[in-house]
Design a protein around this ligand. Structure first.
Ligand code: GLC
Length: 481
């Protein structure tokens, strides 16, 4: 029986690799990315494009397997798509942005890349996360190849700098977090995540840390100083104001409101009645906790968002204790957060009037479907990385086992629906690349946790410690490490 299982598992992995190979996108004869989904049974819409956020999962498994070329090509080509000049036209993407996706267009026998910065996307959403993922991936490439030279090239230094400039620019609010519109990340539809959504803040924090390692200090002193200034503020803000556990809930429950001035305790004037405190009282386990979905003026979104919480563990944005508490919560609320397919993008779903008002009656985001508390297998690799980081590998093993039993037979759906994630998503694509890559990466990480530094900031070996502050831009030979 066990041998049979082993064989099917092997077959699932083999099928996954075949599907991943098929998803590779070629440009001028070179691999440069993977399409979002290779599902011939439905209209492609933009799923035949390479999405930056989706490709990160593919890229990491390629890096783990030593296939660094495709990742390098991707980084080089997407960097060329980044607008380098200040745009006065409001309909043009801002300087420094990286597109949500791109496709290869053939024109008179000539190939070129066409980028989508949200100007074609459904609902014209802004991809704020792309530039953050791009930097995170650049660092992963450097870690995998043990070669900083790509990042030290003037074009890459400029690319990082432009991203940092757009992120660190003065804005209207005085929060260390980034203020962004709805749908600016993996959840790229209206879901009530405008403001300061966790996912963006965590990716911002991770990208700041990665940039700090990669930026050559001389010539970038202003940006480096801005990063050094922002990192501790952002970190403290998230750890303090986004954190929810039973102690914090007790404090919030007894919050006073309308406090003015410096002595205020309830800084954001959260009205207690806006918090589902009785549900949380029941749901929060004694040793569990998590980072809230969003914090802003009179706003504390208490939904659990998986990507933000898991990446906060991986990047050390959450304290050690908080990381343990997040994993405890996942363990103790397994049925809600993992169920029959790892794992829920967020929990719980918006329902009834709230669903109608917040999503704008989006038929794709009905309760317990798609972004509204659907289950997304891609999150499995982040769950695995977070589990390794916190010493709870058994949780990742359990999750992978659950997925492995059906995900291949189900033909790698983009997402699953239902409270327990047993229904293949109503409008889910099959052969969704980041589902496939996420599964392979989760397995790879479990088998060989030495890949964790691709995404974490654990102590690196001396050859990987950046020497970026020892020389000047342009003074490093990009062809030597
Ligand atoms: C959906 C997802 C988005 C993803 C895209 C391509 O729009 O919400 O996160 O990048 O599909 O897979």
């Amino acid at each position: 029986m066990q041998i049979e299982n082993l064989l099917t598992d092997e077959n699932t992995e083999k099928a996954a690799w075949e599907a991943l190979e098929k998803s590779i996108l070629y440009y001028q004869g070179r691999p440069i990315g993977t399409v979002a989904a290779y599902d011939e049974s439905v209209e492609a819409l933009n799923y035949d494009q390479c999405f930056i956020r989706d490709f990160v999962s593919s890229a990491l498994i390629f890096l783990a397997k030593g296939r660094t070329d495709i990742v390098r090509n991707f980084l080089e080509e997407t960097l060329k798509l980044q607008p380098k000049e200040r745009q006065l036209d409001a309909y043009k993407p801002g300087r420094g942005l990286i597109p949500a996706s791109f496709k290869v267009v053939l024109d008179n026998g000539e190939e070129y890349l066409e980028a989508d910065f949200g100007e074609h996307a459904i609902a014209r959403v802004t991809p704020v996360d792309s530039c953050l993922w791009w930097i995170i991936l650049l660092r992963a490439y450097v870690v995998a190849t043990k070669d900083f030279s790509i990042a030290y090239q003037p074009e890459f230094q400029n690319g990082i700098r432009l991203i940092m400039e757009i992120c660190l620019a003065n804005r209207f609010d005085m929060y260390p977090t980034l203020l962004v519109p709805d749908g600016a990340c993996m959840i790229d539809r209206r879901m009530g995540i405008y403001g300061h959504p966790l996912e963006i803040q965590v990716l911002f924090y991770t990208a700041l840390r990665a940039s700090r390692e990669l930026l050559i200090c001389k010539g970038n002193q202003d940006i480096v100083a801005a990063i050094d200034n922002r990192l501790p503020l952002l970190c403290a803000h998230i750890r303090q104001h986004y954190w929810i556990d039973i102690n914090r809930l007790n404090a919030i429950y007894r919050f006073k409101s309308e406090e003015y001035g410096k002595a205020a305790v309830n800084l954001f004037n959260i009205y207690v009645d806006s918090i589902p405190y009785y549900e949380l009282d029941k749901w929060l386990s004694r040793k569990g906790g998590y980072l809230a979905g969003n914090v802003g003026p009179s706003q504390l979104d208490t939904r659990f968002f998986a990507l933000g919480n898991l990446m906060a563990i991986i990047s050390d944005l959450a304290t050690e204790e908080q990381s343990q508490a997040i994993m405890n919560l996942i363990d103790e609320r397994w049925d809600d957060l993992v169920g029959d397919m790892p794992m829920k993008i967020c929990f719980p779903a918006l329902e009834h009037e709230e669903y109608r008002i917040v999503t704008g009656c989006d038929p794709k985001n009905i309760p317990w479907s798609y972004h509204n508390a659907g289950s997304w297998p891609v999150l499995m690799w982040m769950l695995t990385a977070a589990a390794i980081k916190t010493g709870k590998v058994h949780l990742a093993r359990k999750a992978i086992e659950i997925a492995e039993a059906r995900i291949g037979e189900d033909e790698w759906p983009e997402y699953y629906d239902g409270k327990k994630g047993r229904l293949i998503g109503k409008q889910a694509r099959k052969y969704q690349t980041w589902t496939i890559a996420g599964f392979l990466l989760a397995k790879e990480l479990i088998n060989d946790s030495s890949h964790l530094p691709l995404v974490s900031f654990d102590k690196l070996p001396p050859e990987l410690v950046s020497r970026a502050c020892e020389f000047e831009i342009g003074s490093v030979d990009p062809h030597s490490s």
